[in-house]
Design a protein around this ligand. Sequence first.
Ligand SMILES: [Zn+2]
Length: 200
Amino acid sequence: MKNAYRRPIVPTKLTRSKSYIPLDDKTFIFDDDGFPIPDGISLLKPEICSAILCNYSRLKQDSWGEYDKDLWYLMEDFDKLCDKALANYPLYDRIVEYKIDGLQNIDIQEKIQMEFGIKHSLEYISSLWRNKIPKLIASTAEDEYLDNYYLNVEKGKYKKCSRCGKIKLAHNKYFSKNKTSKDGFYSICKSCRNSKAKKS
Ligand SMILES: [Zn+2]
């Protein structure tokens, strides 16, 4: 993913301008908890991801071959981001595929039941499409933004989760804050803590 989420762009420029906006804006803005604050047309915003998903075919057509347009870069970034975000979620991936093909939820429900053997309610499919999937894509954009910042701009601290052994950025997004620990975070990552809480 390149720089689309860092560049504030107004919608009219996205669809109408032929002029290329240079990718030299390296401003990173964070809130008090260290989370990036999105600006303009940013893939950090679930509502932007949702809007792109809902208009995917048209945007893709509009951007086709227009390598000098921001829209082309935005769609490139978006495609890569989706691949990454949905890689571990075959159900979500399939819903996105069918939605982009223009299928109705009722047909998607049937196809999913045939492939995955589970009949999901139409409400569930709709809420995945409207909420969960755009949020997951935006959250993946946030992961990339944080990594990019802490690898290239400011040297970040990465720590190994004492349960799953994965190395993650020592950041509020991945480790809960713990005042009594040396580095201010728990030694077990958030996803391990959450899955433990679900089991018990
Ligand atoms: Zn873990």
